[in-house]
Design a protein around this ligand. Structure first.
Ligand code: DPN
Ligand code: ZN
Length: 316
């Protein structure tokens, strides 16, 4: 789906950005580039691949299980072929080797890094297609779109897929802790995507006031995308439940989108977003039924375009 950029939102965003120091696209002047449309069919094809990997490896992609490493290898091969500089960071957790996949897009100002990431591991109970194949596949397709379009942003872009999130944000925490103070200071912002295709979807944007280092500029940028397609999002405080928390602990500005887990959709939310009130956003959260059938394609599509919009807007 293509974004229509409302001018009024652009002006509001300029004020927000001036206050926070995170410059949105239009601040770069008339040459600012818009994000391409992310094809939801490509994101869905990636989810089918992650499902196949789980099915071939005992039904999950959990930390310490072969389905996790196979997921890393598959995403890495796509990024390598597209021209990314990839690195696999290993760590030990719970007696097993864990892996973070970090991919840098060559170019841009490496003193000003925009990072986007999400966890690639599932729980042992199931294949983890919504949690968090959805965010992982979305990040992959946005990264591939950067390469395909030959986009050369002002900032340096870095994408990451974290291991062992489900064991307590282990991979993202190890990554942040492995950075020197100087390297941490070069990360301008971290965008997190964890569960973006919930079957009874909510449209949540990480609250800049609720998160410890929540960025008003990121929140406004994501909300601009949603305003452009006529969706009124709700702010959410994810707190320590996903990987942005590791970046918050290091003082790095954060933001993200989320389509809901075990929480129950309210009647107000069903009225504005559709779906079923009184039912969980994701009834298969952390269960064996979190398969490719557990995805709402519209939510997956919208979030993919929101991620691309944020990556493009915040990197120029
Ligand atoms: N990351 C998931 C988990 O900890 O199980 C679910 C989740 C994601 C919950 C984002 C809240 C917000
Ligand atoms: Zn998750």
């Amino acid at each position: 789906m293509k974004l229509r950029f409302p001018l009024s939102a652009v002006c509001t965003l300029a004020v927000t950005a001036a206050l926070t120091g995170l410059a949105p696209a239009h601040a770069a002047g008339p040459t600012a580039q818009a994000a391409p449309d992310i094809a939801v069919s490509a994101v869905q094809a990636d989810l089918t691949q992650l499902q196949s990997i789980a099915t071939a490896n005992g039904g999950n992609r959990a930390h310490g299980r072969p389905g996790y490493k196979a997921s890393v290898d598959w995403i890495k091969s796509k990024l390598d072929a597209a021209g990314y500089t990839t690195r696999v960071q290993t760590f030990t957790s719970n007696g097993a080797t864990g892996y973070n996949l970090v991919a840098d897009w060559p170019g841009g100002d490496t003193d000003n890094v925009l990072m986007a990431g999400g966890h690639l591991d599932s729980v042992t109970a199931g294949p983890g297609i919504n949690d968090n194949g959805s965010g992982s596949a979305t990040l992959l397709e946005v990264a591939l779109s950067v390469a395909r379009s030959g986009y050369q942003p002002t900032k340096h872009l870095r994408f990451a897929w974290w291991g062992a999130e489900e064991l307590g944000l282990v991979g993202s925490t190890r990554y942040v802790n492995s950075l020197t103070t100087t390297e941490r200071a070069k990360i301008d912002a971290y965008l997190n995507f964890d569960m973006t295709g919930s079957p009874n979807p909510g449209y949540f944007v990480y609250s800049s006031s609720g998160e410890p280092t929540g960025s008003a500029a990121i929140e406004a940028t994501l909300n601009d995308y949603y305003a452009g397609i006529g969706i009124d999002t709700d702010p959410i405080t994810v707190g320590g439940r996903s990987d942005h928390a590791a970046f918050s602990a290091a003082g790095i500005p954060t933001g993200g989108t989320f389509s809901g887990a075990e929480g129950i959709k309210t009647s107000t939310q069903a009225a504005k977003w559709g779906g079923t009130a009184g039912r969980a956003y994701d009834p298969c959260y952390h269960r064996s039924c979190d398969t490719t059938s557990n995805i709402n394609a519209t939510a997956l599509d919208r979030n993919a375009d929101a991620v691309a919009h944020a990556v493009w807007t915040l990197s120029q």
